[in-house]
Ligand binder design. Structure first.
Ligand SMILES: Nc1ncnc2c1ncn2[C@@H]1O[C@H](COP(=O)(O)OP(=O)(O)OP(=O)(O)O)[C@@H](O)[C@H]1O
Ligand SMILES: [Mg+2]
Length: 308
């Protein structure tokens, strides 16, 4: 995308605004999008929708080529090739221990933080190999944010500080802090619920609100990709619904990868679904194809509940 080495992924607003919509083309061009039930937008969903309308489309494609990951001698990921389309939601499914979390941790270079763990292969954010020499790992993690299974707000911090902390840690200086915190909370569909108690502790919120607070903290630093590892598994059905509606809105701005054990959730939120087994990618395709007419019998056995 530019001349000379450019190891550090950076904002690409200019590239995204010119060709009107990378995501829209992908969704309509090849019938990638699975028909799914339409739901009336919740307040959280419509609030996020309003917040993203004015924003710049930022999602970038992520491309995995022959990715292997190890924990010492354990070969957990075995040669995965997979493309995540920009501004789409891709669900990762597969039985416990198949490597879903390991794979997503490779995508923002968190896997290598585990003692004894290493990864090989190539992972690119658009055309920048994030495992290339000289890459700024902090910049990678700013571009590729992560939301975890259990909401993990900073326990001693207020709601405001939880979001501001991400900005301060990343050294972001652009714009007024208050304004950016508000924008992030709006983007996470949480502003209306918390605007009168921004100084209260983040851990005083409900589980679902805490998860949206963590999403606000993640989007505050303006990533391009958001990885979500079972983000709803600790939430009740109502809170789950809100997060799912939020994901639907967020994909207009970000590329989203979501690990889930919940087939209905994958069917509801994902454009594309990838099925993994024993560290390998078995099949990837449009979500409705994976669930209704997969080409691999192991995928069919898994999605029909024969194992897993
Ligand atoms: N820190 C670790 N040290 C050693 N082995 C690990 C570690 N974390 C994961 N593994 C192994 O790597 C493999 C993949 O694990 P991973 O957590 O990625 O699976 P998963 O698909 O996310 O499972 P789950 O659905 O239960 O979360 C498993 O065999 C697991 O035991
Ligand atoms: Mg996992």
């Amino acid at each position: 995308m530019s001349t000379g080495p450019q190891p550090t992924p950076g904002p690409r607003e200019e590239a995204r605004t010119a060709p009107a919509s990378n995501g829209a083309e992908q969704r309509t061009g090849e019938g990638v999008s699975a028909p799914r039930p339409q739901r009336p937008a919740s307040r959280a969903g419509s609030e996020a929708a309003a917040a993203v309308q004015s924003g710049t489309v930022r999602g970038r494609a992520v491309r995995l080529k022959d990715v292997h990951a190890y924990y010492g001698d354990v070969h957990a990921i075995r040669g995965v090739d997979l493309d995540y389309q920009a501004n789409q939601v891709t669900a990762m499914i597969g039985p416990s221990g198949c490597g879903k979390s390991t794979l997503v941790r490779c995508i923002n270079r968190m896997h290598e933080e585990i003692p004894g763990a290493r990864a090989t292969g190539e992972i690119s954010l658009d055309d920048v190999n994030i495992y290339g020499p000289g890459v700024d790992v902090v910049a990678v993690r700013r571009s590729i944010g992560m939301v975890f299974q259990k909401p993990n707000p900073f326990p001693t911090m207020s709601i405001f500080e939880n979001v501001a902390a991400g900005l301060r840690l990343s050294g972001g200086k652009r714009g007024d802090l208050k304004e950016r915190v508000e924008r992030s909370l709006r983007g996470a569909g949480l502003w209306e619920e918390v605007k009168d108690r921004l100084a209260s502790p983040g851990i005083g919120l409900s589980g679902g609100q805490q998860q949206r607070l963590c999403i606000a903290r993640t989007i505050a630093v303006e990533p391009e990709v958001i990885l979500m590892d079972e983000p709803c598994s600790a939430l009740d059905p109502i809170a789950t619904l809100k997060v799912e509606e939020l994901i639907e809105e967020l994909k207009t701005r970000y590329t989203i990868v979501i690990v889930t054990h919940n087939m209905q959730q994958a069917a509801r939120v994902a454009d594309t679904t990838a099925f993994m087994l024993s560290g390998e990618l078995v099949e990837v395709g449009p979500t409705d194809t994976i669930f209704t007419k997969p080409s691999n019998s192991r995928t069919e056995d898994y999605v029909s509940g024969k194992f897993g």
